[in-house]
Design a protein around this ligand. Structure first.
Ligand code: IYR
Length: 223
């Protein structure tokens, strides 16, 4: 297929001082984001969930293949099924499957096998990665940079949720095969991440953690 180009009309250039303010303001905004494990059961309008998913769908990705699918669940019965199945997996994880070193790394977060947020949060967004395409004639097509692409999309999804004023958690029950069954997704997709979305509970507590400073996460070569 021949490439087709059009002018970049959507780009907006800001004066440098305004760029500096924007970058710093956005940083401060993102630094207020916390992973939340304790949600209120207050409802969240579906249109917000549609918008944050559409934001994720703008993510850059390998060959523009958009190898993702998002299942947005507010059905109480489905949330209950997901919670029950996740807690079965988590029980085995915390009581034997997880190596001691892993449990040691999780200790500062205080997590355990109980996952009430899975049926209390008003929405669950289950993110699937399309490992390969399944064409109409039944043949398979290759997708490129699937993990990178879906990782970027989910990062944008989390930012969009935070920006809307809601809280979420990157939840990874492992293994996640039960999510494909409950959501009815095909063999060419694998569950990537589960995000409960909603308001934090009024008495929500978060672990005391710090993020690495700039000199530990970046090296500049600019002299
Ligand atoms: N899936 C488990 C364990 C867990 C693993 C990591 I890495 C975390 O950052 C947090 C939890 C759970 O959800 O409890």
């Amino acid at each position: 297929m021949q490439a087709q180009y059009q002018p970049l009309t959507a780009y907006i250039e800001y004066p440098v001082d305004e760029m500096c303010t924007k970058a710093a303001t956005f940083r401060a905004h993102m630094q207020r984001r916390r992973s939340v494990r304790s949600f209120a059961d207050r409802p969240v309008p579906r249109s917000i969930i549609e918008d944050v998913i559409l934001t994720a769908g703008t993510a850059p990705c390998g060959a523009n293949q958009q190898p993702w699918h998002f299942c947005a669940i507010s059905s109480p019965a489905m949330k209950q099924r997901i919670r029950s199945a996740a807690e079965v997996e988590e029980q085995t994880f915390y009581s034997g499957r997880a190596p001691t070193e892993w449990l040691h790394a999780l200790a500062p977060l205080g997590t355990n096998a109980s996952k009430p947020f899975l049926d209390i949060a008003p929405w669950l967004i289950v993110c699937f990665a399309e490992s390969y395409q399944l064409k109409e004639d039944g043949t398979k097509g290759k997708n490129y940079y699937v993990t990178e692409s879906v990782g970027i999309a989910v990062g944008m999804l989390i930012s969009a949720i935070h920006s809307a004023g809601l809280a979420t958690l990157t939840h990874t029950p492992s293994p996640m095969g039960f999510l494909s069954d409950i959501c009815g997704r095909g063999d060419n997709e694998r569950a990537f991440l589960l995000l409960p979305v909603g308001y934090p509970a009024a008495d929500c507590q978060v672990p005391v953690i710090t993020k690495k400073p700039l000199d530990q996460i970046a090296t500049f070569f600019d002299d």
